[in-house]
Write a protein that binds this ligand. Sequence first.
Ligand code: PLP
Length: 369
Amino acid sequence: MNNIPLVDLKAQYRSIKDEIDTAMAQVMANTAFIMGKAVSEFEAGFAAYARAKHAVGVSNGTEALMLAYQVAGLKAGDEVITTPHTFMATVSAFAHMRIKPVFVDIDPVTYNIDPERIEAAITPATKAIVPVHLYGQPANMTAISALAQKHGLLIIEDAAQAHGAAWDGQPVGTWGLLTAFSFYPGKNLGAAGDAGGVITNDDALARQVRLLLNHGSEDKYTHTAIGYNARMDGLQGAVLGVKLRHIQRWTEQRRANAAYYDQQLAELTHVVTPKADPRAYHVYHLYVIQVPSQRDACLKFLHERGIGAGIHYPIPLHLQPALAHFGYKAGDFPVTEALAKRIISLPLYPELTHEQMDYIVQTLREFAF
Ligand SMILES: Cc1ncc(COP(=O)(O)O)c(C=O)c1O
């Protein structure tokens, strides 16, 4: 067996081809290419799924974050506390606004921001905390909410990797003032191109997001704000609307596959499997193992045997060249830095078979010898 991709979008398409083709053909026939009925139907469906009052479709997850930060009132000179162990967009979306990222090291078990370290990072300029529910595991929202309340800080969640996840029985996206999702094709709920969304329970903020994403205009050619073009395509709305019908089943399959990996990898002493916090409903966007020694050789070994493993992410954000002007240096966040050198993301998707996982586990076993 070879060629097991990190994510198999073809397998997913094959499993729902008729539904997708029909939904896309409808958009082609009614030519509602920008926003329109398919998008508003998806928004209503996603709001219900995420248990939020409003869901607003956006052009991608990065724009969703930018709009959320902006309508939350963040401004140049503010400081925002977040994790250095995330995708660049979490921070680039506010660094554009001359807002300073204040990084806090991660918990070595969950790989999410360590709430115990947040308080020491708060200054008079701190305005918000941005927890990232990385790999599909929610951050510790009980602790983060308590800190935000105590210090009068906003919470804006980056749930790009965590559709349907929950902390202590409460869905991600309902803890913060606003939450951004990505529907990038490889995400748990993925479009056929770029797409994203913002959810909130606040009527006025939802309206502001809608206003800004469409050139600051509610009535055509009257612009009450200087906005952007961050609209969702009709075709993406149609595809996402179809996939929303399947997301719960896919999530259960991801969780079952993760449990199978956990079980099969348990005997491999050179591999550390991911740990879900007992309060987390983890949706396993990624299944990330640690290989404490010879990680790069292990990754090469997997690639040579046709396994599409990856690294999410090899360079922590505080060490990214584009963020160098914020003055961070190697050694600032030892837990994150050590983890970045050890992690490997194994293929994980709902359609992955036991046979494929057995092959991946066997390959990892062989690497040890
Ligand atoms: C944690 C995180 N935040 C933000 C984004 C940005 O989303 P998008 O690629 O849809 O712009 C992504 C995905 O790429 C992500 O993984």
